[in-house]
Design a protein around this ligand. Structure first.
Ligand code: UD1
Length: 416
């Protein structure tokens, strides 16, 4: 499937941002920690959540869905081997490790898949589990985890890995004693997961800071919960307005979680007003040069918005340097943007230089990963003429009907 876009139209109107993919996935996974009913509201209708729910069903969880409200009951859940096919296609299945290991004590997984952005090793997860006295062995393509002798401990992460932090939180919730994570990830999605688990009766203290303490409890109970808005989707829309011009009101826009982006866009000349969870953004005059941007761990600039900055820098004046500090090989879309006339030079694996051109030109381009794919859509919206973005299944992993959302704002985009 592809998106066909006729560029050059400003974006105007109002929208409500979907709930966060990266919060929904570990929250769905953590629902297996109770035998009681868990109701999750406003879960985004995207491929990644769909796949995660399919894995849950394979584990014997009863899943019922009414619109975006999902009810899970894990009373009869069982199983040690997470479904191979699904775990190969979605790295997020890794986020099932902490909860299923807590529940079943023994779990086997295949090396997880996901976006092709660099090596994405899982050594931090494995070392953290080992610190908790989990036995880790390898058998062919499988990694086997045995938690029968697990015990609480202090864990210092080599890097503040989001997934590893979330896995340990889920595993340690019902592990007797006190587990401490040092150098924990501080991303808002970690806080969302901890809020959800604390509502279920867990004792997690310090989520959102570098040190998280988890006091194990005997059991967790059922709850009803709505994850926060998706800061990356909100960021996508803000950058789209910066590139296309217009005036958009973004509800459920989680502005506190996008401070760095809002600061940058304001400096470039976008007008941004914030009231509670609503962001009003407009762009009426040409943007100033960006200068330099470096991605990093939260609260630094998110790597998930980096490819959008490549597209934005391509249509602003002056020179921009973009430094990718979280993943290797996350400049996959450079070649595609160049097909549209972008002037981008890779200085090394982690650094590119973008010289702003007055106009991008429509072209046929291929999405190669989730965020890079969505940024090609933004480039198409801002370009002169027609752009065809192929492989939109990558984009569907994380955006709920992106073309419908953009069309409501006045974009000329359709799915073919
Ligand atoms: C999560 C997000 C993803 C985001 C990323 C960084 C989800 C579903 N995905 O991914 O959208 O881009 O955080 O904000 O929430 N690393 C290791 N060893 C490990 C684990 C990670 O070296 O065992 C490295 C990675 O290669 C990467 C860095 O640590 O360079 C950060 O990765 P991590 O925070 O774990 O990302 P994910 O949790 O996979």
């Amino acid at each position: 499937m592809s998106f066909l876009i006729r560029g050059g139209r400003p974006l105007n109107g109002e929208l409500t941002i979907q709930t966060s993919k990266n919060a929904s996935l570990p929250i769905i996974s953590a629902s297996i920690l109770t035998n009681e009913y868990v109701t999750l509201k406003k879960i985004p209708n995207i491929t990644d959540t769909h796949n995660m729910l399919e894995i849950m069903k394979k584990l014997g969880v009863i899943v019922s869905k009414r619109g975006r409200t999902i009810t899970l009951n894990s009373k009869n859940a069982s199983g040690k081997q997470l479904d191979c096919e699904l775990s190969k296609t979605m790295r997020s299945s890794l986020f099932l490790l902490g909860s299923t290991l807590s529940r079943f004590k023994q779990v086997m997984i295949t090396m997880p898949g996901g976006c092709k952005i660099g090596k994405r090793p899982i050594d931090i997860h494995i070392n953290a589990f080992k610190r908790l006295n989990v036995d880790v062995t390898y058998a062919g393509d499988y990694i086997c985890f045995d938690a029968q002798n697990a015990r609480a401990n202090k864990i210092k992460l080599k890097l503040p890995s989001v997934g590893a932090t979330e896995n340990i939180i889920q595993f340690a919730c019902k592990l007797k004693g006190k587990t401490t994570i040092i150098n924990a990830a501080r991303e808002p999605e970690v806080v969302d997961l901890a809020n959800f688990l604390n509502l279920m009766g867990a004792k997690i203290i310090g989520a959102g800071s570098k040190k998280i303490t988890i006091y194990g409890v005997n059991s967790l109970h059922g709850v009803s919960y709505t994850p926060a808005g998706d800061r990356i989707v909100a960021g996508t829309i803000m950058i789209a307005v910066a590139m296309c011009g217009g005036k958009v009101t973004i509800k459920n826009g989680v502005p506190h979680a996008n401070k760095k982006l809002i600061e940058i866009l304001s400096k470039l000349g976008c007008q941004i007003k914030i009231k509670n969870d609503i962001i009003k953004i407009s762009k009426t005059t040409p943007l100033l040069p960006i200068g330099e941007i470096s991605t990093g761990y939260y609260p630094d600039f998110p790597t998930d918005l980096q490819s959008f900055m490549l597209a934005l820098a391509s249509v602003t004046t002056g020179e921009t340097k973009i430094n990718e500090n979280v993943f290797e090989n996350r400049f996959l879309i450079v070649d595609e943007l160049q097909k549209m006339g972008a002037n981008i030079k890779k200085l090394n694996n982690n650094l590119v230089q973008v010289r702003g051109t007055q106009n991008l030109l429509g072209a046929e381009v291929d999405a190669l990963d989730l965020r890079g794919g969505a940024s090609l859509v933004l480039a198409g919206l801002a370009a002169q003429g027609q752009t065809k973005v192929n492989n939109v299944h990558f984009i569907d992993r994380g955006y709920e009907h992106l073309e419908v959302v953009l069309r409501k704002l006045g974009a000329d985009i359709k799915r073919i």
